[in-house]
Unconditional design. Structure first.
Ligand code: MLT
Length: 248
């Protein structure tokens, strides 16, 4: 996988969401004293498509990147689908997690309706490309007051996804297991972040995860929707420093 490896200090491995790429974390590179590891998952950003077996398949690929970076442990940060992958790592190799940043994500699996919708979308994307996915998701990524250049950037990141990358990820998300029971096992310092206006994974998801995670702090970021780290980067970055890194 293509990997941005930047800076030195405590390692944070940032796992992007769907249909995005590591570019969504560009503003997090400003957090100092950190070695930032940012892979592009297969079929997204600068990584070519590959066969991936479910969410835990992505988790194994991310663990390979930790090996490649010669790190036993790192703070893992997962945005939305990246959070689902973080839970996959907690299932497979919890000892590699030094701290967890759960960004606009949830631990529960798809409802039957959501799952059905994912498979319908897969067929549409195979026929007509990813345009419809970008068009339907873009309005939910940022608040209505987001500056136009931010909306353009989000659209450009989403549009760089490949058909294979999108269909493989949709299937993996549809089939992902319930990670509810796993939350109690994630005993490392954790930070849950959610945009106040996120309608994809709303603050109620964050509140539910907070009750189950043994060592979590929660930050609801006003003036942000699903891409809270991008839309309110300064507030987000400050929370990472004071509410997560300071607790390691
Ligand atoms: C994401 O941002 O990764 C997706 O919206 C997650 C999802 O569709 O469940």
């Amino acid at each position: 996988m293509h990997l941005t490896d930047y800076g030195s200090g405590t390692a944070i491995l940032w796992i992007h969401g769907f249909p995005l790429s590591s570019r969504v974390f560009e503003k997090q590179l400003a957090i100092e004293g950190v070695r930032h590891l940012m892979p592009d998952l297969p079929g997204f950003g600068r990584t070519p498509p590959a066969a991936v077996e479910g969410i835990d398949g992505y988790a194994r690929l991310v663990l390979d990147e930790l090996d490649r970076a010669k790190l036993d442990r790192a703070v893992l940060a997962g945005l939305s689908m990246g959070g689902y992958i973080l839970f996959g790592i907690a299932r497979i190799a919890p000892e590699r997690i030094q701290g967890a940043i759960l960004i606009d994500t949830r631990e529960t699996p798809d409802t039957a309706d959501a799952k059905k919708g994912r498979y319908e979308t897969i067929e549409k994307v195979k026929k007509n490309g990813i345009g419809a996915v970008v068009d339907s998701m873009l309005p939910k990524m940022l608040t209505k007051s987001a500056p136009p250049e931010l909306v353009d950037e989000a659209e450009s990141i989403m549009s760089s996804s490949s058909v294979d990358g999108v269909t493989t990820a949709l299937k993996a998300m549809a089939e992902r297991p319930d990670s509810t029971a796993l939350l109690r096992m994630i005993r490392v310092p954790s930070l849950i972040v959610v945009g106040s206006d996120d309608t994809i994974t709303p603050p109620s998801d964050a509140a539910r995860m907070a009750t189950a995670l043994p060592d979590a702090r929660t930050m609801i970021i006003p003036g942000a929707a699903h891409l809270s780290n991008m839309e309110q980067a300064d507030v987000f970055n400050q929370a990472v420093v004071t509410d997560l890194l300071a607790r390691l």
